[in-house]
Design a protein around this ligand. Structure first.
Ligand SMILES: [Zn+2]
Length: 429
């Protein structure tokens, strides 16, 4: 009756010792104990089984390019943009595809099966767009890749910005991007938000803008983005990425802004690793954290997701494709360490990100795609603490990656283990 059963799974919602029956690539049953047998069974033995991680904000065209053509000496956002501007004219389609595929392989082992990537449309060759469309097709059996037309150098500011973005959308890019705070003036930033929302409405596409990625408390493009979202009837289809200026805004202004964002059903995407690395750079002490107001936005009912943003590129020399590393940083920066806080952080890495990307059939309920991850952790709390190995990754009911358990965690779990090399492990007393 089932093709595969995962037994004795703990679920992200707290249910324990659950069996998950899978048939024809979908979840067919989620029950305390499934009596039927299946051709293949996986014993989760009391470990967490989750839907896959979802990264709603990444830069796949720049990833793994660290050191090309040189390192970012200051480590700032602006030097990163300048450095990418040096690499972009000389990068080849083959190189872009090769790096992106390597990252996608890594992502699969981390249980990360859905990625929305911004694709720079500033170079009129659009070799980045050609390459990422090729990658989207190549990885489709195992990763859902969404592409955002991203005018990195400004929609109005870049010489061919308007024309190139339109051409990228004609080529089949999925989402309209933007970067209003990087336009020449506040006024041009505001105009770009209106123009890009109009394009999205005309073409029936979602919107995801890098918005107010600055420490300037007067960078208020998110207000315009929310207002234009309502004006063009795009509610629920628009994401504001970063929104770091909200960290520094006047509290009274924010008390008016957040309800407007809620009315527009804006999807909020914070990028905790990058925000804590790049924001507050002009501060001496005290230094601002720069991440947007995650707790307050969640409490106001907004859909808040977290992105990885960068891995080993001109902006960030770190990163591992592990969304739990993103969640780990998020809960520190947002100071959300309570049990319910951690559950909400985990939701931001999974269901909230899936909602932002508009994914169909995502989740743990019967009828959802059988895309699942068995983690070497008992629950969400431990997963965020340990960033454990993803022991089994399933896509449409088929195993696509396996990773051996980590030996240190086996000891923590109280399971039998030996250390390679033959020495008996004796705890120090
Ligand atoms: Zn970004």
């Amino acid at each position: 009756m089932f093709d595969l059963i995962i037994r004795n799974a703990n679920l992200p919602d707290g249910r324990k010792s659950i069996d998950i029956g899978i048939k024809a690539g979908r979840i067919a049953a989620v029950e305390r104990s499934i009596a039927a047998q299946a051709g293949e069974e996986i014993d989760a033995s009391g470990r967490l089984v989750s839907p896959p991680f979802v990264d709603p904000h990444f830069h796949l065209d720049a990833t793994l390019s660290l050191g090309k053509p040189r390192m970012n000496v200051s480590g700032t956002l602006l030097e990163g943009i300048a450095l990418w501007g040096e690499l972009r004219p000389i990068v080849t389609r083959e190189e872009l595809v090769e790096r992106a595929l390597r990252y996608c392989d890594l992502a699969v082992t981390q249980g990360l099966l859905h990625i929305r990537t911004h694709v720079d449309t500033s170079d009129p060759r659009l070799v980045t767009v050609e390459a990422m469309i090729e990658v989207r097709e190549k990885v489709a059996p195992y990763i859902d890749l969404q592409l955002v037309a991203f005018p990195q150098d400004g929609y109005y500011r870049a010489e061919a910005g308007i024309e190139a973005l339109g051409r990228a959308l004609d080529m089949g890019v999925d989402v309209v991007g933007g970067i209003p705070h990087f336009e020449r003036t506040m006024g041009e930033g505001t105009a770009s938000v209106e123009a890009l929302c109009r394009i999205a409405a005309d073409r029936g596409l979602p919107v995801d803008m890098h918005c107010d990625e600055t420490d300037d408390p007067l960078s208020r493009h998110i207000e315009t983005l929310a207002a234009q979202t309502i004006r063009f009837g795009l509610e629920g289809r628009v994401a504001g990425s970063h929104l770091t200026s909200m960290h520094s805004m006047d509290n009274y202004y924010v008390s008016k802004l957040i309800p407007l964002m809620a009315e527009a059903k804006i999807n909020v995407i914070a990028n905790p690793l990058i925000n804590i690395m790049l924001q507050g750079r002009h501060d001496t002490y005290p230094k601002r954290r720069g991440m947007t107001r995650v707790r307050e936005l969640m409490e106001a009912g907004l859909n808040v997701a977290f992105g990885h943003d960068c891995v080993m590129d001109p902006w960030y020399s770190m990163g591992s494709g592990d969304m739990l590393e993103v969640g780990h940083m998020a809960l520190h920066v947002a100071q959300m360490a309570g049990i319910e806080d951690k559950n909400r952080i985990f939701e931001a890495l999974t269901v909230n990100s899936a909602k932002t990307m508009g994914l169909e059939g995502y989740g743990m309920a019967a009828g959802c795609h059988a895309d699942l991850v068995v983690l070497q952790a008992a629950d969400v709390q431990e997963a965020l603490r340990l960033k454990p190995n993803r022991l089994v990754v399933l896509r449409r009911g088929k195993i696509i990656a396996r990773t051996a358990p980590r030996i240190g965690e086996l000891f923590l779990e109280g399971r039998p283990a030996t250390i390679d090399g033959g020495r008996d492990f004796v705890p120090a007393v």
